[in-house]
Design a binder for this molecule. Structure first.
Ligand code: NAI
Length: 331
């Protein structure tokens, strides 16, 4: 029998946590034969709610769950973990400036990076979901210098899934008949959802999405803004932010990181830039990647036209500004 994996979820008493934990505990991420020990972190005022989640997980009587720990201490939550979903973050309050939100959050991720450095396995894979996700991941890694930089990533998979679903809806094909949508850059409204390298299966034949949709005005306009503003549209409709779809995307991201991508396919995740596609080195930028044996590689050689270049530079610029603000906030 396999040894249990230790998996941490932070913000485990929150909305995304509630959706994420069941999918994870069922075996959707690490496999249906992989036992799990869940180490759940939230802040002290939320410990009663977290305890309720722990009780519910117990009541699911799931075969894969060996133990569930609920705590407000990062040193307990991160002890010996193999994977971390860093979902917990400070929400935006009324009257709060973007800058204040960033400062408050990067301080959380500085502290958590420090704790990961002390007690997590050096092989731990860390997925940051809490916003500003890219910059939080950057800071988390910076304060966990004993863990390889490649082991940190931030989530743009929800944006990728949204792009895929929008294209499928436009073409009237199933979601599985669209592949290769890319999210470049920041998980924010400057992100660039790009379908110029995507394909769709139409009448039994895979064709480039730009050809299948045959509406450049839509693909360069409404499509992009719909994906960029989807989070806000959900908040407006639900009066709560997207949690089910965010949790599903987090599971997709971690699943593919551990299991790898099928031959010839790629997924988008925010990882440290090595300067690929003329992006500034050292920022956490979302790229198309292939994954093998738990290691991601940025897909090389995709053609970038002037339209894409401009969008990719704008989101890079925002990430550089966030990095500066974040480093100042940690000083
Ligand atoms: P929520 O407010 O329902 O839950 C957040 C939880 O985190 C709360 O239980 C809170 O107590 C906890 N928390 C706060 N500070 C913490 C800390 N220092 N350590 C541990 N836990 C802490 O929020 P929700 O909807 O679950 O969203 C969580 C985060 O995910 C938000 O930052 C949100 O903006 C982000 N998000 C990111 C997406 C992405 O695509 N990258 C998509 C959707 C949401």
């Amino acid at each position: 029998a396999k040894e249990p994996l230790r998996v941490c979820v932070t913000g485990a008493a929150g909305q995304i946590g509630y959706s994420l934990l069941f999918q994870l505990a069922e075996g959707n991420v690490f496999g249906r034969d992989q036992p799990l020990i869940l180490q759940l972190l939230d802040i002290t005022p939320c410990l009663p709610a977290l305890n309720g989640v722990v009780m519910e997980l117990q009541d699911c009587a799931l075969p894969l769950i060996r133990d569930v720990i609920g705590t407000a201490d990062p040193l307990v939550a991160f002890k010996d973990i193999d994977a971390a979903f860093l979902v917990g973050a400070m929400p935006r309050r009324e009257g709060m400036e973007r800058k204040d939100l960033l400062a408050a959050n990067v301080k959380i991720f500085k502290e958590q990076g420090d704790a990961l450095d002390k007690v997590a396995k050096k092989t731990v894979k860390v997925l940051v979901v809490g916003n500003p996700a890219n910059t939080n991941a950057l800071i988390c890694s910076k304060y966990a210098p004993s863990i390889p930089k490649e082991n940190f990533s931030a989530m743009t998979r929800l944006d990728q899934n949204r792009a895929q679903a929008q294209v499928a809806a436009k073409l009237g094909v199933p979601n599985g008949s669209v592949r290769g949508c890319i999210i470049w850059g920041n998980h924010s409204s400057t992100q660039f959802p790009d379908v110029s390298h995507a394909e769709a299966e139409v009448d039994g034949r895979w064709v480039p999405v730009p050809e299948a949709v045959n509406d450049q005005q839509f693909l360069r306009g409404e499509f992009i803004t719909t994906v960029q503003k989807r989070g806000a549209a959900i908040i407006a409709a639900r009066k709560l932010s997207s949690a089910m779809s965010a949790a599903k995307a987090a599971c997709d991201h971690m699943h593919d990181w551990f299991a790898g991508t099928p031959a010839g396919r790629f997924v988008s995740m925010a990882v440290f830039s090595d300067g690929s596609y003329k992006t500034p080195e050292g920022i956490m930028y979302s790229f198309p990647v292939t994954i093998e044996n738990g290691q991601w590689k940025i897909v090389q050689g995709l053609a970038i036209d002037d339209f894409a270049r401009e969008k990719m530079d704008a989101t890079a610029k925002e990430l550089c500004e966030e990095r500066e603000e974040a480093i100042a906030a940690c000083a």
